[in-house]
Design a binder for this molecule. Structure first.
Ligand code: PLP
Length: 421
């Protein structure tokens, strides 16, 4: 080897070692900061139990299984891979508990996220050219259902499902009349900004009368729904419920789908493989099974505590002078709290981005679009007293640009052990 080539090889190796160290340091710094130091008031996140973490790191995360139920060389096979005797059981267990918690006959746990679950439901149950109604982003809906995203990918037409006011309330008579007039193939309930349950019966009646399907995206509220709170989508008339498993539900990142209709289940299950999912990440599914079993044991107490905390946080913010929405309606019935963004601008001359950035500099994490959540704070054991204290820190850090980092860290440090495991 010439000395020039040896020199290049040495530089590459040194660079590789430096980057390996950088990676290690980045992950460790993240773990310390987001995992142990900051107070997380993001509505979309949660923390998982040590048992869930354990399953995520197991050998299952390196294996393949491919449920086929089809003929290969004249022989009906259940799986395209060998060595799946335990993974298949793990999947069946997680699906069984999902179905129990959602009051369903059938469940699918293979979607890799809430978005993929939505894609699996919409692509398998609605043909190209179908028309459905969904809540649009200005009314708190998920951006993925806006024209240009999932509808464009799947060849669907989407109509806005109108809601009212800053807390995004549904008028059941108005929606029922609109559904009867437009006769969509499906109606999709569920929001990213989601404070209150829907009056579902009149909506379900109207959509079924016109021969359509009712879907419920429970991504944000799945932990509350599985804890028996907020609402029971299938019991109240939805044909399919689905959502993310890592927001108010304290599982690994992923998605689930459930239904009581065998015909819909067979259609969705049969269309999963090679359309929306291939290998489904079996470590995630084992971890999901664990989180589901934790929910079965402690989910109602958890959901009650989350809702109590979000109401306490909203009230505390209001009393501190931080503008929040929904006072006349009890603020919230979910894990979320909405900032009153126009009032924030009018009274304090700042937008939600500046507000959130100021808080992040003080180790208080909220999103940049005017929403907070209490799922993670509840899981680490905080109660209404801590929410009241957090509200004061939010006011001082966010409105007054005060240095509250030390107080945030001291508060966070008192909560080391997870509850509801
Ligand atoms: C209502 C709703 N549906 C679906 C999703 C997508 O979920 P995921 O991030 O798990 O893909 C989100 C994400 O925020 C959401 O708010």
């Amino acid at each position: 080897m010439t000395s020039k080539r040896a020199g290049v090889k040495g530089t590459v190796a040194a660079n590789n070692r430096r980057e390996e160290l950088t990676l290690k340091e980045l992950v460790a710094a993240h773990e310390k900061w987001r995992g142990r130091t900051t107070l997380n008031l993001l509505a979309s996140e949660n923390v998982t139990s040590p048992a869930v973490q354990h399953y995520l790191a197991t050998d299952l995360g390196r294996r393949y299984t491919l449920p086929l139920h089809q003929s290969v060389e004249g022989e009906i096979v259940d799986n395209g891979y060998g060595g799946t005797r335990y993974t298949d059981e793990v999947e069946a267990l997680a699906a069984r508990v999902t179905a129990r918690l959602l009051h369903a006959q059938h469940a699918i746990v293979r979607p890799l996220s809430g978005h993929i679950a939505a894609m699996a439901v919409l692509s398998s149950l609605l043909p190209r050219g179908a028309r459905y109604m969904a809540v649009f982003p200005p009314d708190g809906g998920y951006d993925g259902y806006a024209p240009g995203f999932l509808p464009a990918v799947l060849g669907h037409q989407v109509l806005p499902l109108p809601l009212h006011g800053p807390t995004h309330r549904a008028d059941p008579d108005e929606l029922a009349a609109y559904i009867r007039r437009e006769k969509p193939n499906a109606v999709l309930l569920g929001q990213s900004f989601f404070l209150f349950p829907y009056p579902m019966a009149p909506i379900a009646e109207a959509v079924h009368e016109v021969g359509g399907l009712l879907f419920y995206d429970a991504s944000h509220v799945l932990g509350l729904v599985m804890g028996g709170r907020f609402q029971d989508p299938l019991g109240e008339g939805a044909d399919v419920v689905y959502g993310s498993t890592h927001k108010s539900f304290f599982g690994p990142q992923g998605g689930v789908i459930a239904t009581n209709r065998e015909d819909l289940f067979l259609q969705m299950d049969g269309a999963m493989t090679w359309r929306t999912v291939d290998n489904a990440h079996w470590n995630r599914i084992a971890a999901l099974g664990q989180a589901l079993l934790e929910t079965e044991r402690a989910g109602s107490a958890y959901a009650d505590a989350v809702i109590e905390n979000s109401q306490a946080l909203a009230r505390g913010l209001d009393e501190e002078g931080v503008p929040v929405l929904g006072k006349d309606e009890g603020y919230t019935a979910s894990h979320q709290v909405f900032l009153d963004v126009p009032s924030l601008k009018q009274r304090y001359g700042i937008g939600p981005t500046t507000f959130a950035r100021r808080l992040e500099s003080q180790d208080l994490i909220i999103d940049l679009v005017g929403r907070m959540g209490t799922a993670e704070a509840t899981r680490i054991g905080m109660g209404p007293k801590e929410m009241r204290r957090a509200a004061a820190l939010v006011r001082r850090g966010g409105l007054e640009s005060a240095n509250v980092r030390g107080e945030v860290r001291t508060l966070r440090a008192r909560f080391r052990n997870l509850r509801f495991t």
